[in-house]
Design a protein. Structure first.
Length: 340
């Protein structure tokens, strides 16, 4: 099977499985799990933050961050196609009591001036005020588009003007750093909090990290407990996370290279349209314009050849390279698509 649905399908490496089997553990809610503590220390150092916390998933990490930064009744500024907005079950509204102001992020990039327009200035008896700006890097729906440090600083300037925190959904932030050939600290430095996934391209079986100032993380631990994210002997999972964040980041360029080969091949096949300038990391978003079928039809046809993809709607198909996808898999996929 060639599984291009997502980089979440990666299975733990042999080194991870070994580390998990011998991990030193304790009760993490009491702060006794030395392996979890070590993962949190490593993550904080890598991201250039004061502290970090291990959470079961990226969705919970984002939710905890939003809850920690804001008060019920406030509004957050979000991209129209942000993962937090589209794919996290409206947790910001249901569990945090937050409203949203939507900005255009078609290309995965915000216009800082549009963000400023959405900020509620000063006290207004009719609303609860703006509480947070949320960013995403890389941007999933845009096709793995990367926001560079210059863009981050423009948003930071607006946020500072109105004393607003910034939360960065950095599920694939290491992919962004790899594309830009820069230290991940540079991409995290303008965010007050960062969520980073271990279980996508880094191949850990479970878990994400959130990082920020010590006071933020202290409050976030309280919210994690409330949401049921307080784990006990979680060092078994954290052991894999340590390998993910220290050893698996250097190979992401391979995923990017395979995504580029896949995209270039698709561009040469009739009925499939792709903007190669948007293929920056490990996500390939292709538009299906083939007579007699659509993205769902292509998805079903490829399944019969053991190729699994992810249709976003009737016109768009997402293919995501990952640790298990080889160049041979890419060539096989292109061959089968060309025969549709």
């Amino acid at each position: 099977m060639v599984d291009l649905r997502s980089d979440t399908v990666t299975k733990p490496t042999d080194a991870m499985r070994k580390a998990m089997s011998i991990a030193e553990v304790g009760d993490d809610v009491y702060g006794d799990d030395v392996t979890v503590n070590r993962l949190e220390e490593i993550t904080a150092d890598i991201l250039g933050k004061e502290d970090a916390m291990f959470v079961p998933s990226g969705t919970m990490g984002n939710l905890i961050s939003l809850m920690t930064h804001t008060s019920p009744g406030q509004e957050i500024i979000l991209g129209r196609q942000a993962h937090i907005h589209l794919f996290e079950v409206s947790g910001y509204a249901r569990l945090c009591g937050l409203g949203v102001k939507i900005v255009d992020d078609t290309m995965g990039i915000f216009d800082a001036n549009e963000i400023e327009e959405k900020v509620i200035k000063g006290f207004n008896i009719h609303n609860g005020g703006t509480g947070l700006v949320c960013m995403e890097n890389t941007h999933n729906v845009a096709g793995g588009i990367v926001a560079d440090t210059g863009h981050m600083k423009k948003v930071r300037k607006v946020a500072d003007k109105y004393d607003l925190p910034i939360h960065l959904d950095g599920a694939r932030l290491f992919n962004a750093a790899t594309y830009l050939k820069t230290d991940i600290k540079k991409l995290a430095e303008d965010a007050d909090s960062v969520m980073l996934c271990l279980a996508k391209g880094l191949a850990a079986p479970v878990g994400s990290m959130i990082a920020g100032k010590k006071e933020f993380v202290k409050k976030a631990r309280h919210n994690r407990k409330m949401l049921g994210g307080g784990m006990r002997q979680a060092g078994i999972l954290a052991a894999a996370g340590i390998i993910a964040i220290t050893e698996m980041t250097d190979r992401l360029e391979e995923d990017h290279s395979n995504a580029r080969k896949l995209a270039e091949g698709l561009a040469d096949i009739d009925g499939f349209e792709i903007d190669l300038d948007k293929v920056q990391t490990n996500i390939v978003m292709v538009r299906v314009n083939k007579k007699g079928t659509d993205a769902f039809g292509v998805y079903e046809a490829l399944k019969t050849d053991g190729i699994h993809t992810s249709p976003f709607d009737s016109k768009r198909l997402r293919l995501t390279t990952n640790y298990h996808i080889t160049e041979k898999d890419v060539l096989y996929t292109l061959d089968k698509i060309s025969m549709l």
